[in-house]
Design a binder for this molecule. Structure first.
Ligand code: SF4
Length: 607
């Protein structure tokens, strides 16, 4: 077997408590690399077509890749893959911290969880030994308390990921928290754990992995360690909020739901203010010297210490909801983490409800007495708690923006912003045309991480050939850029690396480093063309999976983005042309070798 792999797939059925181990086929490593690639193969081949995401038939897959537990900084992500209850299509979510390393050391590449337990349980994976433990005493606890109890019972060398009440209550955008501040955030993986009555997983292991060619791996490691000091400096200093001024200046910061207006109080949520007033320390994921995870502290009556907020939370609860006090954003972030809610979707849902209230579509009575005006942080917090427990109007909003808009009716669907059911991150595509295409074709809906197309659009340079300029207002060249970015990040998510060490334009891990590390770890001598073919193969599999599960067409797009011009400096008057979007899609399909309708052909899927 190749080096860099544990070579084992574990299948756990929570219904009949059967635990089966199987050997990982070497051919898979050469064709699908790891992580996301393995999950795509398993989900397409082993899951039932049309399965209800919250039924016992849905598979929940956790997977690592060949880079995890290696010497290369950033190789510390654990991936979760599933059919999303929020979107009804492919769902994926990744978590940093320490858990991926312990998972791999415990001796597995992939864990596939099926069935539904009759009583609450948690999984204990201890150096290859797996047990299903009763979790009656944990059910109802928040995700932080749950982790504390499991660690107290089993030891601090276990790494734990747990759901909070939102997951138990099947909130469609429930997340899973690890290490009190790192999450499997998007697409509702917490609800899937809740539907299986799986409160948490705890892992530890001691297995070591020797790379086939230590010199090749050290070469990549040393390059990364040298370059991050400069290239990731802003990330180390401010965390992900470092990007806020750049997005704001480009007129791409969404505000007051997706109104197109500027966020006048930008200075009040700036990264400089966050750092000077609230950041107290920072921490790191396994083996990473960037240490971008900022720990904020609130003093006084509501004293709290919590990781974040990340840029996406800052935008979702800050500018999108019109909230101007950082202390409230920190509080909302902390509450979401404990209750187990994805902050991007939660902020979008609150912003959407605020817009419904502004338009008179939702009244104070509909909102259980809340006067939900933009900027009202206390009401936003009350709504978040209602969503997590599905109380009152929270039961409607717990369905996410698409689901809530359908229930609310009265024209709410006209201004609901989502792509294929997933609420967007903080990059307005009207100001960044590459994002317009990327949101349309991304495998999990309106996602920023499957391509990171906002970066080359913001810095004006090609992600891999920086001598080529990128015009963020131009629709030309975007299909080629988005396709190459998608292929690149498909491999990043299969290896599995942290995206912040694989930044478009900056790196330090780009194509050559990634292939060098892959060959160094595994002992393969794969060429670049064959490596890139793996990405194409994985993307085709996921496209086929999404088509099989009835994904909406890529042309089904938020009306607001197509019809409401921006009123912001930096992108004044910008809107997405429907005709140009269609043209970009056509070109993108051509580059992928798909039909005009975006269907992979026999020719493209035979390799
Ligand atoms: S860059 Fe930040 S998120 Fe990524 S591995 Fe390092 S500390 Fe973790």
């Amino acid at each position: 077997m190749l080096q860099g792999y544990a070579s084992r797939i574990l299948t756990i059925n929570l219904q009949n408590k059967k635990i089966i181990e199987e050997e990982l086929e070497e051919a898979w490593c050469k064709s699908y690399v790891g992580g996301k690639g393995f999950a795509a193969k398993i989900l397409l081949e082993r899951s039932e077509k049309g399965v209800d995401p919250l039924s016992e038939g849905n598979l929940l897959i956790f997977a690592v890749g060949p880079m995890n537990a290696s010497l290369v900084p950033g190789s510390n992500r654990l991936g979760a893959f599933f059919k999303s209850p929020l979107t009804g299509i492919w769902g994926e979510s990744y978590c940093g911290g320490q858990i991926a390393t312990q998972f791999k050391r415990a001796g597995f590449d992939v864990v596939v969880i099926s069935g539904r337990s009759d009583e609450p349980v948690y999984l204990l994976i201890d150096d290859g030994k797996v047990s299903i433990k009763n979790a009656d005493h944990l059910w109802g606890k928040d995700s932080f308390e749950t982790q504390d109890i499991i660690i107290k019972d089993h030891g601090s060398d276990f790494q734990v990921a747990a759901i909070g009440p939102a997951g138990e209550n099947l909130v469609k955008f429930a997340c899973v928290d690890h290490a009190k501040g790192r999450q499997f955030g998007r697409c509702g993986v917490g609800a899937i754990m809740g539907s299986k009555k799986l409160k948490a997983i705890a892992v530890r292991g001691s297995r070591k992995y020797e790379p086939a060619d230590i010199k090749a791996v050290e070469k990549v490691r040393n390059k990364v360690l040298t370059e991050v000091k400069e290239k990731q400096k802003a990330l180390s200093t401010y965390g992900t909020p470092a990007i806020l001024p750049v997005v704001n200046e480009a007129g791409a910061l969404p505000a007051y739901y997706w109104s197109g207006k500027p966020f006048d109080d930008y200075e009040k949520i700036s990264p400089e203010l966050l750092k000077s007033k609230y950041y107290k320390s920072r921490r790191s994921c396994y083996g990473c010297s960037v240490a971008c995870c900022q720990i904020s502290e609130l003093q006084g009556e509501t004293h709290l210490k919590s990781e974040g907020p990340e840029y996406e939370t800052l935008y979702a609860f800050g500018s999108l909801c019109g909230i101007t006090e950082l202390s409230w954003v920190i509080k909302l972030n902390d509450v979401c983490d404990k209750l187990g809610l994805d902050t991007i979707t939660a902020g979008n849902v609150v912003g959407f409800a605020m817009e419904c209230y502004r338009r008179g579509i939702l009244s104070k009575e509909d909102l259980d007495g809340l006067e939900l005006k933009f900027g009202d942080a206390q009401s936003a917090l009350d709504l978040v708690v209602k969503m997590a427990y599905r109380k009152g109007v929270g039961a409607v909003l717990a369905e996410g923006v698409r689901g809530a808009a359908r229930i609310i009716g009265r024209g709410a669907e006209e201004f609901a912003v989502h792509v294929k059911g997933l609420e967007p991150p903080g990059y307005d595509p009207r100001a960044l045309k590459g994002m317009a295409l990327a949101y349309a074709v991304s495998v999990r809906g309106a996602c920023h991480l499957r391509h990171m197309a906002y970066r080359p659009n913001l810095v004006g340079k090609h992600p891999f050939r920086p001598e080529i300029k990128v015009n963020r207002f131009s629709y030309e060249d975007q299909p080629q850029i988005v396709k190459e970015l998608e292929d690149f990040y498909t491999l990043v998510d299969s290896m599995i690396y942290c995206h912040f060490l694989c930044l478009p334009v900056a790196g330090p891990i780009l194509w050559d480093e990634m292939l060098g590390a892959f060959n160094g770890v595994t002992g393969l001598n794969m060429g670049m063309d064959a490596f890139k073919e793996c990405a194409v193969r994985i993307n085709n599999l996921i496209r086929l999976y999404n088509l099989r599960e009835g994904a909406p067409p890529d042309t089904q797009y938020p009306k607001v983005w197509l019809t409401q011009p921006l009123k912001r400096k930096g992108a004044e008057g910008e809107v997405i042309s429907e005709e140009k979007l269609q043209e970009m899609l056509k070109e993108y399909y051509r580059l992928r070798g798909w039909s005009d309708q975006g269907i992979p052909t026999e020719q493209t899927t035979k390799s």
